[in-house]
Design a protein around this ligand. Structure first.
Ligand code: SAH
Length: 366
């Protein structure tokens, strides 16, 4: 899809035309990744964070928030529940927390893999290359690191760097890919100051990076953050609104530009769409949901945006759970780890020499 067309859809306001886009994305989703929905069990292992992201409720400067760090046994309990609920993957997410030592993470991951057989996705922020390599060697399958916006000026405005270190998530994503991770990224939709042109660029980056996973959620203002101030509320003709529809348009376009990617219907979408966001996302291009398996006592504290702690599900003891919600849509729960089809296609397209050079194929057999 050409840039003009992307921009046309991003600016489209007619609900009937948008239905056409959503139908197209749903058809491509069905044809390219099928009706199976992958469940990824989300475990929010720590809300400590050294960063000051201007939108995020767990930013270091938020002194009113009680901080927690799960211990290894608690993480294992959550991972077992993920397996028992039919998840093929455990996602370990946290603030950017140096207190989660590289060795601790590697150890927990090894235990999860040995005891549950689940694939493991890490989402622990911008860590050192040597740590990322260590985790990959310890068996981590995937890494999620949203670039949030490809507009460098906007990015810099909302991501104060660690002194002396420039944050460059796009280059980190390339290094993660080179380390052998399935690589996931994504953006928030409706960040104050974000324009439709910015989102068209973001979509071109998704295509360019040939992402394995793409997470897209609406920006949700958090009152304890600089971007949570109501005076900053989005305005102007080029400002992207932080609505469920705008987020779904980006999900649908992401499916069209990266047809084989694993694309979740995100928790943020669910939160702002009155607990119907998974359903909206799943019929507009998404093929993954991430039930939250963080113990309830910690869950309220992983408040990256407000309203999240109120999300209840069967997993937590009330309301329909991920499986029920998927089945109610006439979809199935996919078995297995749900590896990236984009990666399989990349590998098939690479010549045997390249495959052998990467060490993932025997020259004689393939
Ligand atoms: N520390 C990790 C995990 C961050 S939380 C990292 O830096 O990657 C995961 C995602 O939640 C973020 O990438 C961001 O896109 C999203 N998020 C954070 N605050 C948000 C907010 N106020 N509204 C919507 N999404 C938010």
């Amino acid at each position: 899809m050409k840039r003009d067309e992307l921009l046309g859809w991003l600016r489209e306001a007619d609900p009937a035309r948008l239905e056409e886009l959503f139908r197209r994305a749903d058809a491509v989703r069905r044809e390219r990744v099928g009706d199976g929905v992958h469940l990824r069990g989300l475990v929010e292992v720590s809300n400590h964070c050294r960063r000051g992201c201007a939108y995020c409720g767990v930013r270091a400067a938020n002194r009113d928030l009680a901080r927690y760090r799960m211990d290894a046994d608690e993480v294992l309990v959550a991972a077992r529940r993920a397996r028992d609920l039919g998840c093929g993957t455990a996602v370990l997410q946290a603030g950017e927390d140096p207190g989660l030592s590289a060795a601790w993470v590697a150890g927990v991951m090894r235990r999860i893999k040995a005891e549950t057989g689940l694939a493991v996705t890490l989402s622990l922020g911008e860590r050192e290359d040597r740590e990322l390599r260590l985790w990959r060697e310890a068996g981590a399958d995937r890494y999620l690191l949203r670039f949030e916006t490809s507009n460098r000026r906007l990015y810099d405005r909302i991501h104060p760097p660690i002194p002396g270190r420039r944050s460059d998530r796009l280059s980190l994503l390339r290094r993660l890919r080179a380390m052998g991770y399935e690589t996931g990224s994504g953006v928030m939709v409706g960040i104050p100051g974000q324009t439709f042109e910015d989102l068209a660029d973001d979509l071109e980056w998704f295509r360019h990076l040939d992402l394995d996973m793409i997470g897209i959620g609406p920006f949700v203002p958090h009152p304890a953050t600089p971007l949570g101030c109501p005076a900053l509320a989005a305005s102007g003709p080029e400002q992207v609104p932080a609505t469920a529809t705008a987020a779904c348009v980006v999900v649908a376009l992401a499916r069209l530009v990266c047809p084989l990617a694993n694309i979740p219907a995100t928790t943020a979408l669910d939160a702002i769409a009155g607990r119907r966001g998974w359903e909206l996302g799943l019929v507009r291009g998404a093929n993954v949901v991430m039930p939250n398996l963080t113990p309830l006592s910690y869950r309220a504290l992983y408040e990256i945006y407000p309203g999240k702690e109120a999300l209840r599900d069967t997993e937590a003891g009330g309301g329909p759970g991920a499986r029920e919600r998927v089945l109610a849509l006439g979809r199935t729960v996919a078995a297995g780890p749900g590896a990236s089809g984009a990666r399989a296609a990349r590998r098939a397209a690479a010549g045997p020499d390249e495959r052998a050079a990467r060490g993932d194929a025997c020259l004689h057999c393939h």
